[in-house]
Design a protein around this ligand. Sequence first.
Ligand code: CMX
Length: 134
Amino acid sequence: MNVTHIEHIGIAVRSLADAVPFFERLLGTPCYATEEVADQKVKTAFFRVGQTKVELLESTAPDGPIGKFLEKRGEGVHHIAFAVGNVGEALAALGGLGVALLDSRPRRGAEGLQIGFLHPKSTHGVLTELCGKE
Ligand code: CMX
């Protein structure tokens, strides 16, 4: 598996309406895209920071992953996403090493990328996403 860079850092927020203007000022760059990912029960807002992005995540339902995270832990860093060439191959390799996979095969995430999550219990407490075009 070859990680090329940190693709994005996901931050759970209660309200995009509040958080987007703050991050625009903090990062000195406008939000360049917003998108609802219905199956994840989130609305997202993206900022470019060099080769990496910041993804703000607002929940659309209390029983979704961000809704549960906000309820349990409040706002904050939710996950780190690493860019890999081929998500399916990376998931297969990590599964073979005994890493607990939340996605056994890639699925479509925000920005049309292929994604797959690793369970934080298997990754030293960091919810980890793999992202790629394949
Ligand atoms: N980072 C680190 N640990 C986390 C975590 C996170 N973001 N979310 C949950 N956990 C921990 C919990 O604290 C809990 O630990 P303890 O057992 O010590 O209390 C453990 O993981 C299980 O958590 P849970 O609340 O019982 O389980 P959930 O039902 O909330 O599921 C998780 C947690 C990670 C399996 C689930 O959120 C998931 O499948 N996430 C992947 C998909 C996702 O996060 N989508 C949103 C982003 C989509 C996008 O970027 O487009």
